[in-house]
Design a protein around this ligand. Sequence first.
Ligand code: 7TS
Length: 394
Amino acid sequence: MRVYLDNNATTIVDPHVFETMEPYFVQKYGNPNSLHDFASETHPAIKQAMEKIYAGIHAPKEDSVVITSCATESNNWVLKSIYFQYILTGRKNHIILSEVEHPSVIATAKFIESMGCRVTYLPINSEGLIDPQSVRDNITDKTALVSVMWVNNETGAIFPVEEIGNICAEHKVLFHTDAVQAVGKLPIDVQSFNVDYLTMSAHKFHGPKGVGALYMKKGKELLPLLHGGSQMGGYRSGTLNVPGIVGMGRAMEQAVDALDFEMHDIRELRDAFEEELLKIPDTFVVTPREKRVANTILISFRGIEGESMLWDLNREGIAASTGSACASEDLESNPVMEAIGAEADLAHTAVRFSLSRYTTKEELDYTLEAVKKAVTRLRSISSSYAYAPEGYKN
Ligand code: 7TS
């Protein structure tokens, strides 16, 4: 059996999405900006796809949704443009983020920090959550931007973006949220709370890789990301990725349609699986279930390196993760485990299982047995587990 439980890293392309994209490679391949029928026959599909993306986040027509190549690009754009518009010009000198943002936000913040911007990294508490009050406490009249993700990719924790957005509005500070892990898992309505910029990525909700987007509120426009032609309103020039846009639109539509299923049926599957995992002695999960999206489990198995567990599971055909794939090659401990202050030996024990609407109970039953087998094998050879003091093991 092959089981894919790394859906926070990427998802399978929904076959309907693939079908919708297919004609735009070999049949309708015109450049949408050209002046002939090869071009104009792509226009209805692009228009429809953009309407679906707007509808999926309830964006009003006057606001912009700019298609990018990925969430990393959207996140880089927001922070770097804010640097050019507000920091470099001396109007402001400060931005605020959570300390567990995706590396595409953290690394960009470090870069603009090296160029003279002050950056505050807000801590998370022992449940992996953010206190909105900490945003209020750190805002000054020189703060240009607050950037806090909607859902954490490691734990699945839902951050209080509504409260944070309102605090930003009160203080006239711009607010960006990386909603990559929220699309398709929570209802998104950019008109229901204060948000100026919102990042998305199609491959996290059964769309194609290489297509992302940035929502941008009217009146809060960033500088153009790529100068050139007039594509994407001049904000991101370059020939449109027609199949990608068409695919993202269809994926967004399906994500909205499947939302109830994701929020309820997947939650039931996840909860039952998690309860069984937690019956294994010396295991724990950071964020309480009701404060998480329905698909994610970040679980620690005391005495077992996360990478060893992945190795054993992979041999059984099961794909899981120790955290963000973007950071997993350097064998660093999970950033969230570090941020909550987990002891060094525990910080390396986290394993992330992330489900999707394609996950079945049979796959989870199979995975549970494989995890139990791996725990027995790995603990029998674990020096840290074997030498644990009395009372250390329940
Ligand atoms: N933001 C968040 C919250 C993410 O989870 C990711 C990818 C990105 C941005 C980057 O997205 P991309 O479109 O540029 O690829 N996160 C993960 C992960 O958790 N494991 O692998 C990739």
